[in-house]
Design a binder for this molecule. Structure first.
Ligand SMILES: [Zn+2]
Length: 461
């Protein structure tokens, strides 16, 4: 008997968790945090709908917290088994999970400071220390190699092109009930992007779980590189600074690559000062350079021939607080810093100092969620509140489109077509509207019926 239960990313984009049970073997696929709305976040604190202590194995598609951030809780609730993921995913988790614990400790401290009642103190979901402890359960596995994890269960990880180390995972089940295969798409990246490999062609499978984040749209054809060149040139010609709030993992590296290419092609001056001001982004860059197996061929070739695809010989990496403070005195250049939505981190100091200066350009390079400072700026706020102060916004604010790390509905359909039709397709990792739109699109283009699982639904395969 084979059962699949949807314990996250069912009708939402966070909390990815699927329990696969086969002939007594119990495996959790992804172990993500719920994020965003409060009723979703409360699920992180509730008793899980399965027993962590009874799991035989956990596997991860990639390092984003909505796929991994629940791992420390799993440990606290009794799971002491292994966690398999690609080598780069394991390395990224070793930075992201302790950081997640640290942020939760800070949030709890902040909440307690503002609260009058001492009877119901806020507690972190897990601490940095607890997150560090769970890292010892991670076991790296290679791409494109079949791994037997049980008499009746084998796994194979394929590149998904979404972030460094991201994979889709094919599970082959045997023994009683005959052989069947299940493919977990994870988050699928886009083709022909720099740095990362394209998603692998869809491995044939009997049952498919596929993401539907952008199930209701096609990415427009944008030219982020050209836009970046224009904005940087205009701002630095006017002796101003370009401030880029960017996610430490992924976006920072893509922007460095784009800037490097523009300098190589002579579209930007070779003496353009570029600063990365985020300890986490610097960690991620090092992890990135270490894992050539997770880079695309162009990047690997460049590095093998002594090239410098991210421009690290000239980019200044600011790890210490003093290095960060020294940036207050620079007149012109590009400063890339976290967090990507300007909700915290060192970017806040730079914004506070430079937003009142009309020579500055703040360039957003990713999605800005509702309610964040990034979103307020993007929507043209006259002032923003930073560290308790109203800061006037006289800087120019721009948005660089076209850098999404997810494919769109067209990408999903072209990935699905020309392969054997799976006997069941389950749409996951999409908000309700996007997912319903995706179902309609797949039906219209390929004639396939799909299933939209509910949270806590179980199906037999
Ligand atoms: Zn992701």
């Amino acid at each position: 008997m084979t059962r699949l239960s949807f314990y996250g990313a069912a009708g939402t984009v966070t909390g990815s968790k699927y329990l696969l049970e086969h002939n007594g073997f119990r495996m959790l696929v992804d172990c993500g945090l719920f994020q965003g709305l409060k009723n979703l976040r409360q699920r992180n604190r509730a008793k899980p709908p399965f027993e962590p202590a009874k799991l035989d194995l956990t596997i991860l598609t990639h390092a984003h917290l909505d796929h991994t951030g629940y791992l420390p809780v799993l440990g606290l609730r009794g799971y002491d088994g292994r966690v398999l993921a690609t080598d780069a995913t394991c390395d990224l988790c070793s930075v992201l999970l302790p950081d997640s614990g640290h942020i939760q400790e800070e949030d709890a401290r902040w909440a307690n400071k503002r609260r009058y009642s001492k009877h119901d103190p806020a507690t972190p979901l897990y601490t940095e220390e607890q997150a560090r402890r769970c890292l010892t359960t991670l076991r790296p596995v290679p791409f494109d190699k079949t791994i037997e994890v049980h008499d009746d269960v084998a796994l194979r990880f394929y590149p998904a092109g979404h972030i460094l180390g991201a994979s889709m995972i094919k599970v082959t089940l045997g023994g009683k009930g005959g052989e069947k295969t299940i493919l977990f798409s994870g988050d699928l990246g886009r083709c022909a992007r720099p740095i990362l490999p394209d998603p692998a062609p869809m491995p044939e499978c009997d049952h498919l779980l596929v993401e539907s984040t952008y199930g209701d749209r096609d990415h427009r054809e944008e030219d982020p590189v050209g836009e970046l060149a224009d904005i940087v040139r205009q701002t630095t010609d006017g002796r101003g600074c370009v401030l880029i709030p960017a996610f430490a993992v992924g976006r920072t590296q893509s922007i460095l690559y784009m800037l490097r290419e523009l300098m190589r092609e002579g579209r930007l001056g070779r003496d353009l000062p570029i600063y990365v001001d985020s300890p986490m982004a610097i960690h991620a860059i090092r992890i990135f350079m270490r894992h050539d197996e997770a880079q695309d061929r162009e990047m690997r070739t460049l590095v093998a021939h002594g090239g410098d695809p991210l421009g690290l010989r000239t980019v200044r990496l600011c790890a210490t607080v003093d290095q960060s403070k020294a940036l207050n005195d620079i007149k012109t250049g590009v400063i890339i810093s976290a967090s990507g939505m300007a909700t915290g981190g060192r970017i806040l100091h730079h914004l506070k100092r430079r937003l009142p200066d009309p020579k500055t350009c703040v360039l957003f390079a990713g999605y800005q969620a509702v309610g964040t400072r990034g979103r307020h700026l993007q929507e043209g706020a006259d002032t923003v509140r930073i560290h308790g102060e109203e800061v006037p916004v006289r800087a120019r604010v721009e948005v660089l489109a076209g850098l999404s790390a997810h494919t769109d509905r067209r990408g999903i359909v072209s990935w699905l077509k020309d392969r054997k039709k799976p006997s069941s397709i389950h749409l996951v990792h999409g908000d309700p509207d996007a997912r319903t739109a995706m179902a309609g699109y797949v039906k219209a283009k390929l004639g396939y019926d799909t299933h939209q699982p509910d949270y806590r639904e179980t199906v037999e395969l």
